[in-house]
Design a protein around this ligand. Structure first.
Ligand SMILES: *Cc1c(COP(=O)(O)O)cnc(C)c1O
Length: 390
């Protein structure tokens, strides 16, 4: 190979033919900008609406928004608890310096109890087996007992509750565990008038009475997520666990703000003639000559392969997705618009003219939660709106 060609290959400035130019400080090909002021607004709105302390639920990387920055923003805005599924998620929050109580509710509790005790992370316990496995380690772990009040997902069945609270009270006396909470979850909170809500509140109150009769004195009783916090006042109790509402998923019309905008840049542009097809099996066909643009985002990045009727925004114009979504890329139809490589395209966001997360959810026949949590790791999260949140 001639020396000049080798030089270009190793050219640190990236100006050779084999290493395409990349201006210094260029942004990643795809990014999700997360405005933490929206998160703080949502915390403040929901605290006022609920009128009780708020647990910011930052499971699954805060619904894809970045757990640590979102947790820091939520705590700065007045959240006094954090909630996650795995203890590993809680440990990451502790490592980032978050000091408020954290509850982890879905894990192998026997295995994670030592790490939870060391980091002062609260664990949910739903069964006698789980209780014995945790209490047997005598680590004084803080425990929230979960009662199944009717959702039949997690929690202790009503028929086993007396046994669980009795044994928990026995284990608490020598300090093997500390029962700090009793909790459950509503199955119909997004329909406030549904009678299941009232029945679950009643079942919960009955369970609480049994826990107290067994000698337990929990500090916090909690029963609902965002929808219940807004629409089911009798379920608010001592604490509401807010996840969806934190990142602006507003199924309850509470005036919440979306925080996240996905942007990418056009990589290639070409003109294709009328009648041609695009992508695998030519699943996308064009009726007239058109300009198509390649975007470096695919289903591995969270663009749902099953989305129908989807579009992205270029300078306020809607560009329809054309053909199948590939793993890493997708083609959009720019018609006769003067689109160029390097141009920014808005894929999702609250800004004017951009497709909303609710649009993507409709196109993919799912819910906003799945769109947000589906965003892949190549979509670089960039946080703004709060000093020191990262
Ligand atoms: C995810 C979750 C929440 C948060 O609910 P949202 O509806 O997202 O606010 C609360 N509690 C439990 C047990 C959860 O799994």
């Amino acid at each position: 190979m001639p020396t000049a060609a080798l030089d270009r290959l190793t050219d640190p400035a990236g100006s050779g033919l084999l290493t395409p130019p990349r201006p210094a400080g260029s942004s990643p090909l795809a990014r999700a900008d997360v405005d933490l002021r929206a998160v703080q607004h949502n915390v403040q709105v929901l605290r006022v609406r609920a009128g009780v302390p708020l647990m910011a639920v930052v499971k699954a990387d805060a619904f894809g928004h970045g757990a640590v920055p979102v947790a820091k923003a939520a705590v700065a805005a007045g959240a006094t608890w954090l909630g996650v599924c795995r203890v590993g998620e809680a440990l990451a929050l502790r490592s980032a310096g978050l000091r408020v109580p954290i509850l982890a509710w879905l894990d192998d509790m026997a295995a994670v109890a030592p790490a939870a005790a060391a980091a002062d992370v609260d664990l949910s316990v739903s069964s006698l087996a789980e209780l014995e496995a945790v209490a047997g380690q005598r680590l004084a772990v803080r425990v929230h007992l979960k009662l199944d009040t009717g959702m039949h997902r997690a929690g202790c069945p009503v028929t086993r509750w007396v046994e669980l609270v009795t044994r928990a009270a026995q284990a608490e006396r020598p300090g093997a565990i500390r029962v700090v909470g009793v909790w459950s979850h509503l199955s119909h909170a997004s329909s406030p008038a549904d009678p299941h809500n009232r029945r679950q509140v009643e079942a919960f109150q009955a369970g609480l009475a049994l826990a107290e009769a067994a000698g337990l004195r929990p500090e916090v009783r909690h029963l609902c997520g965002t929808a219940g916090a807004v629409g089911v006042p009798e379920a608010r109790l001592d604490l509401v666990r807010v996840g969806a509402g934190l990142v602006g998923i507003d199924e309850v019309g509470a005036g919440l703000l979306s925080a996240l905008t996905v942007r990418t840049r056009v990589l290639q542009v070409r003109r294709i003639p009328a009648g041609d097809g695009v992508g695998y099996d030519h699943a996308g066909r064009v009726e007239r000559a058109t300009t198509v643009a390649l975007l470096p985002l695919g289903y591995a990045d969270g663009i749902p392969r099953g989305a129908r009727g989807a579009w992205v925004a270029w300078h306020g114009h809607r560009l329809a997705l054309l053909g199948r979504v590939s793993m890493d890329q997708v083609v959009v139809d720019a018609g006769d618009l003067p689109i160029s490589p390097g141009d920014e395209v808005v894929v999702l966001g609250p800004g004017a003219g951009a497709p909303r997360v609710t649009d993507w959810a409709r196109w993919a026949e799912t819910i906003p939660h799945e769109i947000y949590t589906g965003l892949g790791s190549r979509v670089v999260r960039v946080h703004s709106g709060m000093e020191g949140a990262q």
